[in-house]
Design a protein around this ligand. Structure first.
Ligand SMILES: [Ca+2]
Ligand SMILES: [Ca+2]
Ligand SMILES: [Ca+2]
Length: 234
């Protein structure tokens, strides 16, 4: 009785060592494993307790947690530059080529408008004629590019204005590129609807993020023009 029983133990141990998985299908020997003294615990419970710890590590990877790496008190994504504490919503916008207040606009880009006063003196056949006009200005600024235009409409009842200036007098920069964030300087062109044009010098200075001043002058043998006025950010 005792010898066959002792020999069965090492054979069963070899089967489990070579093939650990198929414990379910070894039902032919189940009568032996349940009655054997060393296997006192139920086999089903020991197999299931190994899996739960693996599931607890993964689930919270998809959401991005708000961060405030630059310590300015504004968290992402509201902070449009979380590497610079001087940039956040509510910060002061400055002429620096950067969107400081996270409003999507660099400095004071976008549309501007205003008016300039134009004083023109024309010399024609030995006589001097003076004209004073108030002209609208429009500008579209994109950081270092400020495309602006002054369109003057002289009095159509003034025959000398119609003859010397034309119905429309347009003033614009020849090159609208600003080399300085707060200043444009360069040549401007004055065009008349009468068919003539002439060049002068101009300056557009951004005195603040909401205001700019425009000055221009044209000096020729027959016509002197001074332009001065202001634009405001729309
Ligand atoms: Ca921040
Ligand atoms: Ca920031
Ligand atoms: Ca800025």
């Amino acid at each position: 009785m005792t010898r066959p029983f002792v020999l069965a133990v090492p054979l069963a141990a070899l089967i489990f060592a070579c093939d650990p998985a198929p414990s379910k299908d070894s039902g032919a020997d189940s009568g032996w494993s349940e009655s054997d003294p060393p296997d006192s615990e139920p086999p089903d419970e020991t197999g299931e307790t190994d899996t739960p710890p693996d599931d607890s590590a993964d689930p919270d990877d998809t959401g991005e947690a708000p961060q405030d790496d630059d310590g300015d008190g504004v968290f992402t994504p509201e902070d449009c530059d979380d590497g610079d504490p001087t940039i956040s919503p509510g910060a002061d916008e400055a002429f620096n080529g950067v969107d400081d207040d996270c409003d999507g606009q660099i400095d004071a880009n976008g549309p501007w408008s205003g008016t300039v006063d134009l004083d023109a003196t024309a010399t024609y056949e030995g006589k001097r004629y003076t004209f004073a006009l108030r002209c609208p200005v429009t500008m579209d600024r994109d950081t270092l590019y400020a495309e602006w235009e002054v369109v003057c409409s002289p009095d159509t009842d003034d025959e000398w204005a119609m003859l010397l200036l034309g119905e429309t007098l347009t003033i614009a920069p020849l090159d609208a590129y600003c080399w300085d964030l707060a200043l444009w300087e360069g040549a401007l062109i004055v065009r008349s609807s009468n068919g003539w044009d002439s060049e002068g010098e101009g300056e557009l200075r951004f005195t603040s993020l909401s205001r700019a001043t425009l000055r221009g002058e044209l000096r020729s043998v027959f016509l002197n023009i001074d332009v001065e006025g202001a634009l405001n950010h729309d």
